[in-house]
Design a protein around this ligand. Structure first.
Ligand SMILES: Cc1cc2nc3c(=O)[nH]c(=O)nc-3n(C[C@H](O)[C@H](O)[C@H](O)COP(=O)(O)OP(=O)(O)OC[C@H]3O[C@@H](n4cnc5c(N)ncnc54)[C@H](O)[C@@H]3O)c2cc1C
Length: 328
């Protein structure tokens, strides 16, 4: 069995499949297993020892863990299919949504995951040059985080812990309509984060590097087909926020799976996630299964684990049926 992606989905499947008695290899492009458990979610929310212990137990139980292997770039899906009787794709979703405003790429403007990965690596004892030289370190800076999900909350709370001078969170809807958890907002406020509700960026200001965010106040207009009110800019309400670090936390989409895996027959949904048979977790390609965020879109750890276990059951049934057919 080959599993692509060592996040909670892939590792939960590996655990089950090993218990069923299969030889399992997990491939991950990072230098550690754990996916967003190790490099996304900050240490103050999730104790990394727990993740590293789970990984160690898997290795001791006979699961082969191969880090630094990027499927689609280093090794192809076709090679993995030739090497293994079945393959599970549990690669998560990582294409960060852009701001789409002028100044988006100025030095000092960072993607949320770049910032969180650097912070997590430092906490794990790694040397991170972009943190040491101050690029990805919020200490002493006026930080603006743009977005209203849990990733944005992790960024603001990390910036506070790094000793930022001020931390502001800009979100275009109101508190009641934000996607992130209210508990996280409460914690962030207690820690000193200031929220600018109903505000959206118009541009990122600066020359050689960022020095501020130009924003506009919003109001909630008519509901879209999903029933959610659309934020609309209030004319003439522009305002400026000083900033020497801006973090973009606007959510994640799947990368182009067919291009990444060189498999045009790998069917995707209209959101770009992998299409699977809900009963078996198998994709449109025979013997290739999928689980976790790459099937659901950005979701939760519990769902990735559940999907990984369900996929393991689907893979077990597939391999048993294949063995029975071969014996006939
Ligand atoms: C900042 C942040 C905070 C979050 N906080 C919470 C939280 O508090 N609670 C909660 O329940 N959920 C949280 N989530 C969501 C949760 O982390 C995800 O839903 C969950 O990790 C998805 O698991 P997964 O196994 O599908 O994918 P991931 O955890 O994303 O793991 C996928 C793995 O696949 C690897 N990979 C990707 N492409 C390739 C490739 N081509 N070749 C080899 N390896 C590859 C990646 O390196 C990664 O290790 C958070 C997400 C983020 C971004």
């Amino acid at each position: 069995m080959g599993i692509v992606g060592g996040g909670p989905g892939g590792l939960a499947a590996a655990d089950m499949l090993r218990r069923f008695g299969y030889q399992v290899t997990v491939y991950d492009r990072h230098d550690r297993m754990g996916g967003l458990l190790i490099y996304g979610i900050p240490g103050f929310k999730l104790d990394k020892d727990v993740v590293e212990r789970r990984t160690r137990l898997l290795a001791e139980g006979g699961v082969t863990l191969r880090t630094g292997v990027e499927v689609g770039r280093g090794v192809t899906l076709a090679e993995l299919r030739a090497r293994h009787d079945a393959v599970l794709i549990a690669t998560g979703v990582y294409k960060a949504r852009g701001l789409g405003v002028p100044g988006d790429t100025l030095p000092g403007v960072h993607a949320a995951l770049d910032y969180l990965i650097a912070s997590n690596k430092v906490s794990l004892g790694d040397s991170v040059p972009a943190y040491d030289d101050g690029t990805l370190n919020a200490a002493g800076k006026d930080v603006v985080v743009i977005g209203g999900g849990d990733t944005a909350m992790d960024c603001v709370r990390t910036a506070i812990r790094q000793g930022a001078k001020s931390v502001k969170c800009l979100y275009r809807r109101d508190r009641a309509n934000m996607p992130g958890s209210q508990r996280e907002v409460h914690h962030a406020e207690e820690e000193g984060v200031q929220f600018e509700w109903m505000a959206a960026p118009l541009s990122i200001a600066g020359g050689a590097k960022v020095d501020g965010v130009k924003a506009v106040r919003m109001h909630l207009g008519v509901a879209d087909p999903s029933g959610r009110q659309t934020p609309v800019a209030i004319e003439g309400s522009d305002f400026a926020i000083p900033a020497d670090m801006v973090i973009k936390a606007l959510g994640f989409d799947p990368e182009d799976q067919q291009a990444l895996f060189g498999a045009p027959d790998l069917e995707v949904t209209r959101w770009g996630t992998l299409k699977v048979d809900n009963r078996t977790a198998m994709t449109s390609v025979d013997g290739v299964f999928a689980a976790g965020d790459i099937v659901r879109g950005a979701s939760l750890v519990v769902w990735a684990i559940r999907d990984g276990r369900d996929a393991a059951a689907g893979i077990d049934a597939y391999l048993k049926a294949k063995a029975t057919r071969a014996a006939e």
